[in-house]
Design a protein around this ligand. Structure first.
Ligand code: SAH
Length: 392
């Protein structure tokens, strides 16, 4: 693990500590607005509408946010324009890297002192950002570190987008060794439950996928939204007619166990949640990814593999098994490899495409379920992130 020399500010300044007690939404930012909204915002500053496009080109097109580099803006107006439309939303508190620089986790402090994390993952053919949609999470899944501290607040559209734009800048700088310099994928698998911050997450997806300079110009298909299974929001997502990939964190094929592992199952049961996922697949013609963290002696029995196989047989779905990542204080452990292999074998025998996710970022508590953003624990913070090896 490498500690990277960032950390320009202390998270424990009196200001940050004082404001941390009162979560509040951040100032409005260019990424909260579409291009028309940005034109109105610059007009309100008495500036010509084309300044909106210039600022957007800097931010989304060139990944530039330093006013000094915006030489096409009149010097006298730069500070006012950037101050109004590009307020600082995320302050890096700590950056950590592992996997020879291919996995990098950033801990951010938000304007109110709330903490979130993002993870950048480089592969030979692509670079993926794993981003947070909320500070904390209210879903309380007992095996997930993020779930243990509860929800602090929703992130704004721009707080979500800015994580990606920042990481796209890191990729563009060539810092992700052995990977292309262009960030091409985003997974909403960091802290939080994206479907519990629905309107902002959808708006962030629109911004990330709008062509530059309105947005970052990513492909919808290269964006994965992961959910515990908030069925009404999944139904809304179907109606949006987007083509993002949906991942469903199932973790158990039976209600008895899922009620415990994913408490929201007490409200929306396995059958109902799978029906919504299959309907999404039918609407988009894209396979849904069924996430299943394999937990030793909890959900890894052969009969559960067989039951999952029956539920998914002939459906537009594939299973992404996640070896359980350790979290502080958890009584649970990953399944032994032979048990994992047997689980995979049974699913495949049932005709269900199955992959095992790598455990990227484990060393820096940056793997799935480990994001906890606890910078107060000096040695380790951590967040929940990692990429779904979603077959595209
Ligand atoms: N709330 C959303 C987004 C978080 S994604 C969701 O749950 O889908 C994070 C993924 O990592 C989810 O699939 C989650 O269930 C999984 N996860 C959480 N804790 C984990 C752990 N300790 N080990 C492995 N995977 C974990």
């Amino acid at each position: 693990m490498t500690m990277l020399p960032v950390i320009p500010t202390s998270p424990d300044t009196p200001d940050a500590v004082a404001t941390r007690r009162r979560p509040s939404m951040p100032p409005r930012h260019l990424a909260d607005l579409d291009l028309a909204g940005r034109r109105e915002a610059v007009a309100a500053l008495g500036q010509p509408a084309f300044r909106a496009k210039q600022l957007s080109t800097h931010y989304f097109g060139r990944l530039v946010r330093d006013p000094a580099a915006m030489t096409d803006l009149p010097t006298a107006e730069r500070a006012r324009l950037t101050g109004d439309l590009l307020p600082t939303l995320l302050t890096p508190v700590r950056e950590q890297a592992c996997d020879a620089g291919a996995t990098r986790k950033t801990l951010w402090r938000l304007h109110d002192g709330a903490l979130v994390e993002s993870v950048l993952m480089g592969y030979p053919d692509r670079v993926t950002a794993c981003v947070s949609s909320q500070a904390g999470c209210g879903m309380a899944c007992p095996f997930c570190a993020t779930g243990q501290a509860g929800l602090t607040r929703n992130l704004s559209v721009a707080e979500i987008v800015d994580q990606v734009v920042y990481l796209a800048g890191v990729a563009a700088s060539g810092a992700v060794t052995g990977s292309p310099p262009r960030l091409s994928r985003v997974v909403f698998m960091g802290m939080g439950e994206p479907m519990a911050n629905y309107p902002r997450v959808i708006e962030a997806v629109r911004r990330l996928t709008a062509p530059a300079p309105e947005g970052l110009g990513l492909s919808q298909r290269h964006i994965t939204v992961s959910t515990v299974g908030l069925v009404p929001a999944m139904r809304r997502l179907i109606a949006e007619e987007l083509s993002v990939t949906l991942a469903l964190s199932l973790h158990a094929p039976d209600d008895d166990l899922r009620d415990e592992l994913v408490p929201v199952n007490q409200r929306w049961k396995v059958a109902e949640v799978l029906r919504a996922a299959f309907d999404y697949a039918a609407q988009t013609s894209r396979r849904v990814s069924i996430e299943y963290a394999l937990i030793r002696d909890v959900n890894d029995q052969p009969w559960r593999a067989d039951l999952l196989g029956r539920l998914l047989h002939s459906k537009l779905a594939h299973v992404n098994l996640i070896p359980l990542n350790p979290t502080p204080g958890s009584k649970w452990d990953a399944s032994p490899k032979p048990v994992e292999r047997e689980f995979v074998r049974r699913l495949r025998a049932a005709g269900v495409p199955t992959t095992v996710r790598d455990t990227r970022g484990r060393e820096i508590d940056g793997a799935c379920g480990q994001l906890a953003a606890s910078e107060l624990t000096v040695v380790d913070a951590g967040g929940a992130a990692a990429e779904a090896e979603v077959a595209q």
